[in-house]
Design a binder for this molecule. Structure first.
Ligand code: HEC
Length: 84
């Protein structure tokens, strides 16, 4: 039991970029960013740089901690098909 808790703890403490994205962004972008957007291709097909994504996350999630913002940025870069 104790061991299980020790194994689970890091996952609970680390900012969960996927969960935040699903909660705050997926209504318009889908869980994997593949929902078509009215002004162009879905997020997953946009050739965005880390810097661009990070800037967007920062403005969209201004209340989130820097760790949470980084986790969401990493999650998005994970599904972008052609990162620059
Ligand atoms: C209410 C709907 C909606 C929500 C919620 C939403 N977005 Fe978007 N997002 C859009 C639309 C529409 C576009 C396309 C805008 C455009 O091309 O100018 C977009 C574009 C983007 C882009 C690409 C910008 C670019 O320059 O190509 C990023 C990155 C992004 N969203 C991140 C996020 C993140 C992160 C969240 C959650 C914190 C989020 N979005 C929540 C509607 C939404």
């Amino acid at each position: 039991m104790k061991l299980l808790l020790l194994l689970l703890l890091p996952a609970l403490v680390a900012a969960d970029g996927r969960a935040l994205f699903v909660a705050r962004c997926a209504s318009c972008h889908n869980e994997r960013g593949d929902k078509p957007l009215k002004d162009g291709p879905p997020l997953s097909q946009r050739p965005l740089t880390r810097k661009q994504v990070a800037g967007f996350v920062k403005s969209r999630l201004a209340q989130a901690t820097p760790e949470e913002q980084r986790a969401v940025t990493d999650y998005i870069l994970g599904f972008i098909e052609t990162p620059r």
